[in-house]
Ligand binder design. Structure first.
Ligand code: SF4
Length: 89
């Protein structure tokens, strides 16, 4: 699903960039480019989460884990976020 979205929207779309920074901060992917992030997500996401996962990831990137000023103080996944843990050491 993620790869299909990438193909239809273009690999450098806003959609891709949002997913890329969120996934790399949390630590669910470690790719440098958006298309590789999408590939890693596709490989690591269980089937049950594929259908709506990208939508929720985009919403999370727009409202909580924004690229310039992530709202870590009210983030529901800060306890598993590698970026947050590194910042608070
Ligand atoms: S803790 Fe901060 S950086 Fe980590 S996922 Fe949440 S908002 Fe993003």
């Amino acid at each position: 699903m993620f790869l299909k979205l990438e193909e239809s929207l273009g690999e450098q779309s806003g959609l891709s960039l949002l997913s890329n920074h969120v996934c790399n901060r949390i630590g669910s992917t470690d790719a440098k480019v958006a298309d590789k992030t999408a590939q890693q997500l596709e490989e690591r996401t269980p089937d049950w989460a594929l259908q709506d996962g990208h939508f929720w990831l985009i919403q999370f990137g727009k409202k909580i884990c924004t690229s310039r000023s992530p709202k870590c103080d009210r983030c529901p996944v800060s306890d598993i976020c590698l970026w947050f843990v590194a910042q608070t050491k």
